[in-house]
Design a protein around this ligand. Structure first.
Ligand SMILES: Cc1ncc(COP(=O)(O)O)c(C=O)c1O
Length: 387
């Protein structure tokens, strides 16, 4: 476990490092955008994957009881929630599951509610499937984002909302929703019969407060699709494996049909091996990783306060994606982007990708070795300190 190790990811088919020109980015920018980590996966997972490779046969494969048990134990121990095997459906990724949920729960032109600024594929999967998005934008007060519950309820009523995509913890603003907030969400969604699709992919990275799994609220279970995956936690995104839990039998059957309609039926065998191994053997690695990441978060916090105080970190309660407020520099979004790419030579995610309320912000991924993070921050200061 050496998170300081700098691993060269160039020419490894990495989306982050190798396809810059596809996204109109110059070759010399340092990428800190998409949410994967620059760390090596944990040794135990690698060993299990090596065993599978050495076996040498990669025929059609299916997840069994032991696969479920590994997930069940993880969620019991880490999130204090009881999952049932019959609720589980695997998908090749969470975004795939979100798209399937849209088709399961809504008809064309129905509205799906989100809280911008939020992970942009939420909007994409809704609109690509000819449904409509309505956002109850989060409200920023004193460096803290909150849901405006009056607006949330009004939007549901006004647009006859059928489904709500809840990002818990929230990417990019880093909120870990409190029990009180989740209770309010649930109460309103119950009242208006709005199905909650809850994306908890970042829930193993909590820095402040307590994350509560939506399925801990037993009275809403019938109205919930819970999306989980080991891919953020253990840096397995390229293995495309995620675990979706749907307690409502009718909805689960419909979701399964929608999934089959795409032609997908069986899990990728390397994803299967890695997922099971991660949940069975990855706890120690994760505990160490979390310490390292939290140190990175605090490094950025202190660094910006000392050297670039006009750029404000929205201190995250969870996730390794930091939300930086550049509005204090009084520069247009275009100018910030230009300076970031051409002078700082850093590729972050521009806040406006997460909805209009993200304007003036940048999202930075800090899951990388500290020395690399320090070098990037120095470039940021050099570029923006005189504005
Ligand atoms: C909130 C959230 N959901 C889903 C994903 C992607 O999940 P997948 O790669 O399994 O589709 C991400 C990746 O950044 C994310 O931040």
């Amino acid at each position: 476990m050496n998170f300081d190790e700098e691993i060269n990811r160039n020419k490894t088919n990495s989306l982050k490092y190798d396809f810059k020109s596809d996204k109109n980015k110059p070759d010399d920018v340092f990428p800190m955008w998409v949410a994967d980590m620059d760390f090596k996966c944990c040794e135990e997972i690698l060993n299990d994957m090596h065993k599978k490779i050495d076996h040498g046969v990669f025929g059609y494969s299916k997840n069994d009881e032991t696969y479920f048990n590994a997930i069940e134990n993880w969620y019991k121990q880490n999130h204090n929630v009881e999952l049932k095997r019959e609720w589980l459906i695997t998908t090749p990724g969470i975004v795939f599951a979100l798209a399937t949920a849209v088709k399961t729960l809504t008809e064309e032109n129905d509205y799906v509610l989100i809280n911008n600024p939020v992970y942009y594929p939420f909007t994409e999967v809704v609109e690509d499937n000819k449904r409509k998005i309505v956002s109850s934008d989060l409200v920023l007060t004193n460096g803290h984002y909150e849901i405006d519950f009056e607006d949330f309820e009004n939007k549901i009523k006004q647009y006859n909302v059928k489904a709500y995509f809840l990002c818990s913890p929230h990417n990019p603003v880093g909120r870990v929703w409190t029990k009180d907030e989740l209770n309010k969400i649930i109460e309103i969604c119950k009242r208006y019969n709005v199905f909650i699709v809850c994306d908890e992919v970042h829930s193993d990275f909590i820095w402040k407060g307590n994350h509560t799994c939506i399925l801990n609220y037993t009275d809403i279970q019938n109205q919930v699709i819970l999306c989980t995956a080991p891919t953020k936690t253990f840096n397995l995104a390229g293995l495309q494996v995620s675990n979706i839990f749907i307690p409502n039998e009718k909805v689960r059957e419909k979701f399964q049909l929608e999934l089959w309609n795409t032609g997908y039926s069986l899990i990728n065998v390397m994803g299967l091996v890695a997922c099971q191994s991660a949940y069975e053997k990855g706890q120690k690695w994760l505990n160490e990783l979390k310490k390292y990441l939290l140190d990175n978060v605090n490094y950025v916090d202190t660094f910006l306060k000392e050297k670039l105080p006009k750029v404000k970190l929205i201190y995250p309660e969870g996730t390794y994606l930091l939300w930086l407020d550049f509005s204090g520099l009084n520069l247009s979004d275009e100018k910030i982007e230009e300076l970031m790419i051409k002078e700082a030579k850093l590729w972050l995610d521009n806040g406006k990708m997460f909805g209009n309320s993200g304007k003036g912000f940048q999202r930075i991924n800090i899951a990388l070795p500290r020395e690399k993070l320090k070098a990037a921050l120095e470039k940021l200061v050099k570029t923006f300190k005189n504005f």
